[in-house]
Design a protein around this ligand. Structure first.
Ligand code: SF4
Ligand code: FES
Length: 235
């Protein structure tokens, strides 16, 4: 089959404004959109820029907006697209070139929630044990590959007036440590999350959950953070 891709192009070093370029590639119905982009780059236009690495939904680097919905190009089969496919960079982030965006601010916010285990008690002789039941509480959150699709799809992050909201990806990681029985910084974490640009910035719009390629129940986890904040402050 022939796949037609209408791709966002912009090189800030030479283009005055963005434009769209259409490419046609021959593809097998079971190819992914990433395969088509690679074919364009390898056979037609080496100037087309985008990120990818694993090709299998693991590295999170090929997040882009496909027909208006954020997702991973390596997870989209061409057989599911009947007409021209519109491919754009993730919204919210600044375009570096074509489909590549600057994830620096995204990672700064991610770092702001202290995405690591914090312990205060003396280390045991061996590892800090955890039961499978307790690990199960945050197992889904561990699947996050930091693709940024949730934050890019969030209307709160898209609104310039509320753009300081830390965003769903950072909150998923905050959830992961807040509900980890080995972590000993609950109060510190709650102080980081208990404000209008933290967990309370979420207006439960579900867009993050709809697009997450790892099927993480993002909105539910943010709601559980809010409940944990409330319970901790009212106990
Ligand atoms: Fe990507 Fe899902 Fe992680 Fe958001 S929560 S960064 S959509 S994997
Ligand atoms: Fe790694 Fe798509 S290329 S997630």
């Amino acid at each position: 089959m022939i796949v037609s891709l209408k791709v966002f192009r912009f090189d800030p070093s030479k283009d005055e404004r963005p434009y769209y370029q259409t490419y046609e590639v021959e593809a097998d119905p079971m190819d992914r959109l990433l395969d088509c982009l690679n074919r364009v780059r390898w056979e037609q236009d080496p100037t087309l820029s985008y990120r990818w690495s694993c090709g299998h939904g693991i590295c999170g680097s090929d997040g882009m907006r496909i027909n208006g919905i954020c997702g991973l190009a390596c997870q989209k089969l061409v057989k599911n697209f009947k007409e021209e496919v519109l491919i754009e960079p993730l919204p919210v982030f600044k375009v570096v070139k074509d489909l590549i965006v600057d994830l620096g601010p995204f990672l700064e916010r991610y770092n702001s929630i202290k995405p690591y285990l914090i312990t205060k008690s003396p280390p045991p002789k061996q590892e800090r044990p955890q039961s499978p039941e307790k690990q199960h509480l945050f197992e889904e959150a561990i699947r996050c590959i930091l693709c940024g699709c949730c934050t890019a799809s969030c209307p709160i992050n898209q609104n310039p007036e509320t753009a300081n909201y830390v965003g769903p990806a950072a909150l998923v990681r905050a959830f992961r440590y807040l509900f980890d029985s080995r972590d000993e910084a609950t109060e510190e974490r709650i102080a980081l999350l208990d404000h209008k640009d933290g967990a309370w910035g979420c207006q439960t719009l579900w867009k993050c959950t709809e697009v997450c390629p790892k099927e993480i129940p993002v909105t539910k986890q943010i709601a559980q953070i809010k409940r944990r904040i409330y319970e901790t402050k009212h106990k």
